[in-house]
Design a protein around this ligand. Sequence first.
Ligand code: THU
Length: 131
Amino acid sequence: MTDRELVKKAFEMHQFAYVPYSCFPVGAAILAKDGRVFTGCNVENAAYGSTICAERTAVLKAVSEGCREGWEAIAIAGRGEDYCWPCGACRQMLYEFAPGIRVLAARGDGECKMVPLAELLPHGFGPRSLR
Ligand code: THU
């Protein structure tokens, strides 16, 4: 699957986003080495802090379906003017399973930029840090 196709999948997830508070739908799609794609959207909550981002939804879907490694890229699609970069919590969650993942951040007009997670979260704390 191409980067462009992965970004398209992330945009497709907007339809499922539950965003009554922010009205800011986000979609995400993780591409695994074996070709599987795990998608997610943001799901908000009246207790705002219980909201989960699209990226973490996708991470939890991958892990809970037995796919913990070999993640090649994650596409994140927002409708804003700026690229939809992952928040700090999502960077940390991705770092746990895929410190080398490529992050494709897309904005409302469909343009996207690729930055490796290692640049978004340098010197991250991960499983190896506990050894
Ligand atoms: N959000 C995401 O789902 N992913 C991001 O990368 C940035 C923010 C969500 C959280 C909340 O539902 C809404 O966007 C506004 O912050």
